[in-house]
Design a protein. Structure first.
Lengths: 345, 219
């Protein structure tokens, strides 16, 4: 049984102005998240990602549908039960949301006080958590004395204080620079592997999914438009709206306007080759071209690595004898996906 | 000067009465204002206890009573003061009316300062399972403590100002002293002595308030 299971969930907000439209932030969404997953949810801003995670710990109440967490129906819970549910679900935020009136240790202790942990057990647990996130020396500092990355690590320690089984991360690294992002993502990986915490990561950044997630769902207009293995979704999105999203985060196939610009600078025929691991290596293709006497320029594209598996798109401008190019293309097409851009005119 | 020296014991008595009136009004009005302010803050939409009708009633109540000039409010609320405290005149009546008026004023200051707390911080507390009343008491007030102290400091100064009209309903204090022994007896020095004491009181209050706020804000 999945740890988190949403069935046909809808969350609507009343119109913001008189006569406006009802906003369907989440619109008939169905999703299963298995225990132990690091489940990435990616999509444009306004897709409904934040609303979705906030439904899981009932910070927002669903308009309709069913939300099961560990088999319990969240949508029917009363305030008291919801408070118990939330002790088992940690959450971290883009803006960290640390308590400015409390020290680092005070922030981490707060959930334990809420959970009525015996006083004498609180200090050792706080020390243990701060050690885990590498901030033992900052226990007495206040949040404003920390860097962004340190603040998020305090956020993680606070979220883990009551040993939850689930961690919700809403754009947890979006306010951080790339290096700090990397550190925080590594820490989240350890949270998953060392404590077995199931993590739901919301992001609009490809990097986060690429380095962290084991599964991914693409969200658009309040729905999941595509989901599955991270490699599959990113290397070969099938739905039009996920293709559109993936193309904005993965540099791959040139758009029509980019193609026009490329044509002006490069003579010859323009072909886009798509590689996915398992099929032919780039080297084989390039040697085919060389053997056929076709010259090529690499004019567009990129190669992505998702947990050791490689995919990407390379766009080449081919020049040479017309027959030779035809023959070379025929050979290549048996090995990789090759799409020729329609010639102009 | 010769006018003033025989009046010094009366000046000290008046200073004491001002502090007494302001102190008690601060306690009652401050508490009332805090509760009313918390009510305004927590019942507005998207807050902890969102409740449109309750917010509407509180909001109108505050908007109606807050702008009434205190000297008029003092007269208008006299029957209420008599009903509640048993007397319509003297220091007791003035403390009652001042507390009431202050509560309306303070409620807005409290509401505004609570609104400076980032909603995300409240959300973080909710996400760890804290109850709404726990959040209100253990988080909301500490998070807004610095600005709240400054707001209350401002109110103490306003209370000193408002308490000066106590004489109209037979109350004492520095305002009564200045009018009775300075203004009516044509002794400007006596009036200015009362002014000087008021300035000292206000400065001390402001200094203490700033100090405490700085401590709360760690600056
Ligand atoms: N409290 C709210 N009231 C009204 N509309 C909201 C509220 N929260 C979110 N929305 C709307 O719901 C949609 C989805 O928002 P959100 O879940 O924050 O998207 P994302 O996190 O993917 O950027 C947006 O159109 C947003 O304006
Ligand atoms: Mg969001």
């Amino acid at each position: 049984m999945p740890l988190i299971s949403l069935r046909d969930v809808t969350k609507s907000y009343p119109p913001s102005r008189r006569g406006g439209d009802v906003v369907h932030a989440v619109d008939g969404l169905t999703l299963d998240i298995e225990a132990g997953d690091i489940y990435g949810i990616i999509g444009y801003s306004g897709a409904g990602k934040s609303t979705l995670v906030r439904l899981i710990n009932a910070l927002e109440h669903a308009t309709s549908g069913s939300i099961l967490v560990d088999g319990d129906e969240v949508t029917r819970m009363k305030e008291r039960e919801l408070r118990r549910l939330r002790l088992g679900i940690g959450m971290i935020f883009q803006q960290f949301n640390l308590f400015t009136s409390k020290t680092v240790a005070g922030n981490v202790a707060y959930p334990l006080e809420v959970a009525k942990t015996p006083r004498r057990d609180i200090a050792p647990r706080v020390a243990e958590l701060l050690d885990f996130v590498g901030l033992s020396d900052k226990a007495r500092n206040y949040p404003e004395q920390l860097s962004g990355g340190q603040k998020q690590r305090v956020g993680i320690a606070r979220a883990l204080a009551t040993s939850p089984r689930i961690l919700l991360a809403d754009e947890a690294t979006s306010a951080l620079d790339p290096e700090t992002t990397h550190e925080v993502l590594e820490l989240l990986k350890r949270v998953n592997t060392e404590f077995g915490v199931t993590i739901v990561v919301i992001t609009h950044e490809m990097d986060v999914i690429q380095t962290l997630a084991t599964k991914v769902a693409v969200m658009d207009g309040g729905r999941i438009v595509e989901q599955g293995d991270v490699f599959d979704v990113f290397s070969k999105p099938t739905e039009a709206s996920s293709q559109r999203f993936v193309s904005t985060v993965v540099r791959g196939v040139p758009s029509a306007t980019e193609l026009t610009a490329l044509r002006q600078r490069h003579p010859g025929r323009i072909v886009t080759l798509s590689f996915r691991d398992g099929n032919t290596s780039q080297g084989a293709v390039f040697s085919d071209l060389a053997r056929a006497g076709v010259a090529f320029d690499l004019i567009y594209g990129g190669i992505n690595d998702i947990r050791g598996r490689v995919f990407g798109h390379l766009t080449l401008a081919l020049t040479g004898d017309a027959d030779a190019v035809d023959r070379a293309l025929a050979t290549i097409a048996t090995k990789v996906d090759a799409t020729e851009a329609p010639s102009h005119g | 000067m010769d006018d003033l020296i025989p009046l010094l014991p009366k000046l000290w008595q008046a200073s004491y009465e001002t502090l007494y009136i302001v102190g008690l009004s601060l306690i009652f009005g401050g508490l009332g204002g805090l509760l009313l302010g918390l009510g305004l803050y927590t019942t507005r939409s998207n807050s902890l206890f969102s409740n449109r009708p309750v917010f509407g009633v509180l909001n109108v109540l505050v908007n109606v009573f807050r702008p009434i000039p205190f000297i008029i409010f003092l007269a208008a609320a006299q029957p209420l003061a008599r009903f509640v405290t048993g007397t319509g005149i003297g220091n007791t009546a003035i403390i009652f009316t001042l507390s009431l008026a202050a509560a309306f004023g303070i409620s807005r200051i409290v509401e505004q300062n609570l609104l400076t707390v980032q909603p995300g911080v409240i959300e973080a507390a909710r996400s760890v399972g804290a109850s709404r009343s726990r959040i209100m008491l253990t988080l909301l007030i500490p998070e807004a403590l610095g600005p709240l102290i400054l707001g209350y400091t401002f109110i103490v100064v306003a209370l000193v100002d408002m308490s000066a009209v106590a004489g109209y309903v037979g109350g004492g204090g520095l305002g009564t002293f200045a009018i009775q022994y300075g203004y009516r007896q044509f002794h400007p020095v006596v009036t200015w002595a009362a002014v000087l004491v008021i300035i000292v009181i206000v400065q001390l209050v402001q200094f203490l308030g700033n100090y405490l706020a700085r401590k709360a804000l760690r600056r």
